[in-house]
Design a protein around this ligand. Structure first.
Ligand SMILES: C[S@@+](CC[C@H](N)C(=O)[O-])C[C@H]1O[C@@H](n2cnc3c(N)ncnc32)[C@H](O)[C@@H]1O
Length: 231
């Protein structure tokens, strides 16, 4: 019996399988969400690329933030505000999400979507290169949760800033650290994989966090989150 299961788990699969599986699970675990659907449609209609986290990943981020009672959240990479809205929903009424975005146009559409979602009072969108914005943020009060989802060649710098800004016991999540297995394939020399490898090398001797990778497979491909807890 168990042998049959392990055999199933080792059989080759494709994007079609992951997409079908994602949709099946979502049909049981996610409610229809007109606000998030509007966010996707409005972002697409305004020319933003379809690179937001998936619905299940958005809910996972919401649950992670909620499970640690986050009151202050920092995000790098706003796009149209899809993950921002998920994260802001985890906050209490007096909570705050600071989200950093390079492009004015993305920030404008995100602000529309965040306002429509009814969470604008909790969200502060800061426009500009994330590293400069991060370096300007005061280290007090600390953040409880940081989500890094942008500009992978700079991701180790963002992680260093995130460690400065997050409280002890706080969580740092980094998206796209697997990239269809390309990060672990040293023959791949794209700037995206190189940036993640630089972060992983730094983490090898980093005594300030404990971290692991959670692989994800969905209609958005095979990828993964790095999950780190600040010591
Ligand atoms: C993958 S998208 C973010 C998706 C978003 N977190 C979501 O799931 O809804 C990455 C975003 O980071 C922005 N970005 C790229 N380089 C950046 C930089 N140097 N500083 C700040 N934002 C940057 C891009 O313009 C894009 O909107």
């Amino acid at each position: 019996m168990a042998d049959a299961l392990y055999k199933t788990l080792l059989a080759p699969t494709t994007l079609v399988d992951w997409d079908r599986s994602d949709k099946y699970h979502n049909s049981h675990l996610l409610q229809k969400d007109q606000t998030l659907e509007f966010t996707v449609q409005n972002s697409e209609a305004n020319g933003l690329p379809p690179i937001a986290v998936s619905p299940a990943q958005g809910k996972f981020l919401y649950l992670l933030a909620k499970s640690i009672g986050a009151k202050r959240i920092l995000e790098v990479g706003t796009l149209g505000g899809y993950s921002s809205i998920n994260l802001a929903r985890a906050l209490p009424d007096d909570g705050k999400l600071v989200t950093l975005e390079l492009k004015e146009h993305h920030a404008k559409i995100a602000t529309e979507n965040i306002t429509k979602a009814g969470v604008a009072s909790k969200v502060n969108v800061i426009v500009g290169p994330a590293l400069a914005s991060l370096q300007k943020l005061a280290s007090e009060p600390k953040f409880d949760f940081v989500f890094i989802d942008a500009d992978w060649d700079n991701v180790s710098n963002y992680f260093t800033e995130a460690k400065r800004l997050v409280r002890k016991g706080g969580v740092i999540v980094v998206d796209n650290v697997v990239q269809n297995g390309c990060v672990g394939n040293l023959a791949d020399t794209s700037e995206f994989t190189a940036g993640v490898r630089k972060l992983l090398s730094a983490l090898k001797d980093d005594n300030e966090v404990e971290a692991t990778t959670i692989s994800t497979a969905s209609g958005k491909g095979y990828d993964g989150f790095l999950y780190a807890v600040r010591k």
